[in-house]
Design a protein around this ligand. Structure first.
Ligand code: ZN
Ligand code: ZN
Length: 240
């Protein structure tokens, strides 16, 4: 089980994903300045073949790992740097995810089910024109299968699957229950996501109210810019 400190900067991206800004050093130095004792880099993972855009290429993964390892050593006296990846669970890439996990290069894998694989083997990328309004069903199923695969340490922003919903419904409670039931009795954390909490309808207290005490939770930033770093020593409040 991963050990995340109270003053951690958890879930931080890098410029490699092509939709985040700032250098690795700027994130690390700002985290130290803010009093963090850990920084958990979890950039979006590439997949062999690079079918998913706006993230690092598969060929760039070794550089991410070697740079992070060097920075971990360099800043060891000031901060505990952890190296991870945020990945979707895609059944046809399960072996790749397993190999990534067992490579020994990463301190953790977080499950960020932004996209999913349909039963016919095609992929949902959440692009304009796709049926984004119903994405929660595919995301929920992918997430539950990802949790059951045992390949992930944390489920990122589970309630973000409801970002296209406007009012809480019994159907959403049913989907939430599937996710919560899947993590019960495991060492997998559900992540309360700061970045979701400041976006309309991305963070649902109704979801978190359903999570029983014996389920592990943590707070993550999902930082895509240095200015997003902060200590999450406060209760997340959703914007509506
Ligand atoms: Zn991102
Ligand atoms: Zn993220």
């Amino acid at each position: 089980m991963i050990q995340v400190s109270k003053n951690a900067m958890f879930h931080v991206h890098t410029y490699r994903c092509r939709h985040a800004t700032g250098t690795d050093r700027e994130y690390i130095e700002r985290a130290i300045e803010l009093g963090a004792d850990q920084i958990w880099f979890t950039d979006h993972a590439p997949y062999p073949g690079d079918k998913i855009g706006t993230r690092m290429l598969f060929s760039e993964l070794p550089e991410y790992v070697s740079t992070m390892k060097a920075l971990e050593k360099e800043y060891a006296r000031d901060i505990d740097l952890k190296i991870g990846l945020e990945m979707e669970y895609l059944p046809s890439y399960e072996n790749y995810i397993r190999d990534t996990r067992s490579s020994g290069d990463f301190d953790l894998l977080i499950l960020g089910q932004h996209y999913y694989e349909r039963p016919d083997g095609s992929f949902y990328f959440g692009r304009r024109g796709e049926d984004c309004l119903n994405e929660r069903f595919g995301q929920c199923e992918g997430m539950v299968r990802g949790i059951k695969s045992g390949l992930f340490d944390v489920v990122a922003h589970p309630d973000r699957i409801f970002r296209n919903c406007t009012v809480w419904t019994p159907e959403m409670a049913e989907l939430s229950k599937k996710i919560i039931d899947a993590v019960r009795g495991t060492d997998i954390f559900l992540e309360m996501n700061y970045s979701s909490s400041i976006k309309k309808n991305h963070y649902w207290t109704e979801f978190w109210d359903m999570v029983p005490k014996d389920v592990k939770t943590l707070k993550g930033l999902d930082a895509h810019e240095v200015a997003a770093l902060r200590l999450l020593d406060f209760e997340l409040v959703p914007v509506r």
